[in-house]
Design a protein around this ligand. Sequence first.
Ligand code: 6PG
Length: 257
Amino acid sequence: MIDSKAEIIVVKTAADVVTRAAQIFSEAAEKAIAERGQFLVALSGGSTPRGLYELLGSETWRNRIKWDAVHLFWSDERAVAPRDKDSNYGMAHEALMAHISIPAANVHRMKAERASESDAAARRAAEDYAREMRGVFKLSDTQVPRFDLILLGMGADGHTASLFPGTRAVNEQAKLVAGVYVEKLNSTRLTLTFPVINHAARVLFLVTGADKAACLQEVLHSESNASTKYPVQLVKPLNGKLTWLIDSAAAQSLNLR
Ligand code: 6PG
């Protein structure tokens, strides 16, 4: 069941989702930079975010954001080289980073390319990323980073980031980052865990397309059976704002008053 405090915004098309998301991104950046001098954001992979990154990197949008005060992280990554077509970093690089001027030191790629070699390699890659976050956020070993914004998508199977139904990472409470083997995709991923996602100041879901409609209807309206069925239902920022930004195709089965 949806958190009653969640904001649900339904717009007509996927292009409208992208435009609204760019507004939310730039407002969140402006606010965080005014308050603390930096904007700490985690990007996701997926087709809708690609449109958002392209828009943010476009001539009209790119100068609205002080990129030198932005730190880019990722909510998940596949075990592939950074320029591989399946890399979330590679996608964001092509769509966004290649078009803006952001210091290289502000781009914190998840280095997942060796994570498929062994469980130990996946664990090391996850620990390295947790250490990198702790360094940038200036945290002790027990503190959890508070992102200004985490962008997420939802798969038609109810996964988010790389927190897939039935995987151990869904129940991770101690680690900030987990390595995950996703059997049905025969693919190894790194992912932020729920303690990090739920500690963010703002979480923004981008959901588009009719193939998401049935799952979205269950996720938002049915009782939670999250750890077994829909991990996405475990997204409940403790002291932050949750926004679902949805196009009309994905929202077609929702009962919104
Ligand atoms: C990934 C993503 C993943 C994605 C969903 C939705 O790396 O695959 O981070 O969690 O957000 O699968 O993807 P779409 O928006 O492309 O449907």
